[in-house]
Design a protein. Structure first.
Length: 52
């Protein structure tokens, strides 16, 4: 987790022109769980849709 924090901090510092990100922002960003892939949902087939 320390490596991830360091990499994110370096990235944000580079994007901001040399200003380090606020500690609170980094804490909230790192503590937020990563998004999961959405589960596949069933899709209706075109021939099953009623037209008319």
């Amino acid at each position: 987790m320390a490596a991830r924090t360091l990499l994110v901090g370096q990235f944000l510092t580079g994007k901001s022109g040399g200003y380090p990100p606020p500690k609170r922002f980094m804490d909230l960003l790192i503590l937020k769980p990563q998004l999961r892939r959405p589960q596949k949902t069933q899709t209706a087939k075109a021939e099953l849709l009623p037209f008319g």
